[in-house]
Structure formats: C-alpha cells, structure tokens
Design a protein around this ligand. Structure first.
Ligand code: ADP
Ligand code: UDP
Length: 245
C-alpha cells in the first residue's frame, strides 16, 4: 500500500451513486457493494486521507420519478433526501464493521438518529480521522446529491470532489445511449457546461467553477480506482478551470 507521503490529496469529498449501491439487486442496497466501498474508503483513511462522503438516493427514491408517477414534487424530494439518510446509515454500519470510524450528519435534523450538519464540527471530525457522511443532500428540494457533494466539498475545504458513477468518465454524449461516444480525460468547466454533458447537473458544475473546485468523474465499480486517484492516478475525467501543463 502507498505510504502517507504518496498521497496527492489530504482531504477529499467523495460522491457515491445511490443507484450503484443496488449492485445486482433491483432496488435497495447490496451489502457486497457497501462492503467493497467501505474497504476502499478504509484504504484512503489508512494513508491519512480525510474523507467526506455524499451518497445519492437513486437506489431508493428520486423526487423527479415520484413526481412523474403523480406525487407532489417537494414531497418526492423529501423522500429522496430521506433515502440518502438511509444509505448513509447503511454505509456507516459497513464502515463500523470494517473498523473505520465514521459519523453521519444530516442537513435535515433527525435527533436521536443522526447529528445535524454543522460545518465546524464536521471539519473537526475529519481532522481527527473520522469519515463524515453528509446525508439529506442540501436539505432543499429541487437539488441533487451532486450539488450537495460540490457544496459540502467547498464548505469543508476539500481539495477535489470525486464523483463515483456508473460510467468510466465524461463522454462526448451519454455512453449508455450512444455507443460511438468518446471519453474525455480532461475538460474545463466551460466545456462541460456549454456542451451540456449530462453526467452531472449544471448547478453542481457551476458551483465548482465559481469556487475553483476540481472534479473527477470515474467508474465506481472499478476496483482500486479510488486509491489510484488519491495517489495521483489519471482515472476517468478531470474537470477543472484550465490546463496549466
Ligand atoms: N456526456 C456524458 N458522459 C458520461 N455520462 C453521461 C453523459 N450524459 C449522460 N450520462 C449519464 O449520466 C449518468 C451519471 O450517473 P450518476 O450520476 O451516477 O447517475 P444518477 O445521479 O442519475 O444516479 C450515467 O449513467 C450516464 O449514462
Ligand atoms: O439536495 C438535495 C439532494 C437530493 N434530493 C432528492 O434526493 C433524491 C436522490 O438524490 P440523487 O438523485 O442525487 O441520487 P443519485 O442519483 O446520486 O443516486 C433526488 O432525486 C432528489 O429527489 C433533494 O431533493 N435535494
């Protein structure tokens, strides 16, 4: 395993796709995926990286899908945010089982179950080596967990936001729909915004552009990809302001 000196980042914000937590199940959480991610996160903690986590809720509920099925949108979004809290609790449990100390904080207070989000407390936990899971998204309807990840990443002073997703990186078009799409290794925020590359919502990319927060998109199911990135590897697609080299 790489030594502490080898790591490129001291503090990261990792966004995990809710849908990927389903693994081979059609709905819910596959414990095998949780365990694998817990072990990969443990490797980062082991080399001294501070890890903030945001987990999506798409394996359980999405406000937009509930709305399409007839539910009032804000109620659907509230259910989506509660779904991210459930995923957060499941991930904390998997981290605990693997002896990795973790906390769940929530943008929506749920006393007795999780702590209410407080930035200064979160930063203290991170500095002491705990993984901090930021649940319930931004706490507001009409946002996504991608935006929540970028927001929390900026707030906690992470050096990069890593989006672990279903595809290898950002492509010229949705690779699930267009097999001729080609993958970019690097993009500027403006490229991603102007070409409306749908891998992330535009609000999330705008927020990163505004605050000069680099973003890397990579495949969540690729074993070792996370550690490789943290020690300077070139997995997936890097989105940043400009290319200096
Ligand atoms: N230009 C693009 N490059 C890469 N993926 C894209 C692009 N446009 C759309 N996508 C889709 O974006 C999705 C991103 O996954 P993810 O954020 O995990 O999904 P969600 O947040 O909807 O669960 C992928 O499933 C991919 O098919
Ligand atoms: O700040 C937020 C974050 C999430 N959500 C809701 O929670 C759902 C689950 O999040 P997301 O779709 O981002 O999860 P992922 O696609 O990453 O699994 C969303 O569809 C929204 O309904 C929300 O209302 N506000």
């Amino acid at each position: 395993m790489p030594g502490t000196k080898d790591k490129k980042y001291k503090r990261i914000l990792l966004k995990l796709s809710g849908e990927e937590l389903m693994g081979e199940e059609g709905f819910g959480i596959d414990p095998k995926v949780l365990d694998r991610m817990a072990l990969e996160i443990g490797q980062l903690v082991g080399i001294g990286v501070q890890v903030g986590l945001v987990i999506g809720g798409g394996n359980l509920f999405r406000g937009a899908a509930l709305h399409e099925a007839g539910m009032e949108r804000v109620t659907g979004d509230h259910m989506g945010m509660l779904a991210t809290m459930m995923n957060g609790l499941a991930m904390r449990d998997a981290l605990d089982r693997n002896n990795i100390s973790a906390r769940v904080m929530s943008a929506i207070p749920m006393s007795g179950v999780v702590e209410h989000y407080d930035r200064r407390t979160a930063v203290r936990y991170l500095a002491s080596g705990d993984v901090v899971i930021f649940s319930a998204g931004t706490g507001n309807p009409f946002f996504t967990t991608d935006s929540a990840a970028c927001l929390r990443g900026i707030e906690i002073g992470a050096e990069i936001v890593l989006k672990a997703t279903k595809v290898d990186g950002v492509y010229s078009a949705d690779p699930m729909k267009d097999p001729s799409a080609t993958m970019y290794t690097r993009l500027t925020y403006d490229d991603a915004l102007q070409q409306k590359l749908g891998v992330m919502d535009l609000t999330a990319i705008c927020l990163c552009r505004e605050h000069d927060m680099p973003l890397r998109v990579f495949r969540m199911s690729k074993p070792g990809a996370l550690l490789s990135i943290v020690v300077g590897g070139d997995e997936g697609t890097l989105i940043e302001e400009s290319f200096d080299d």
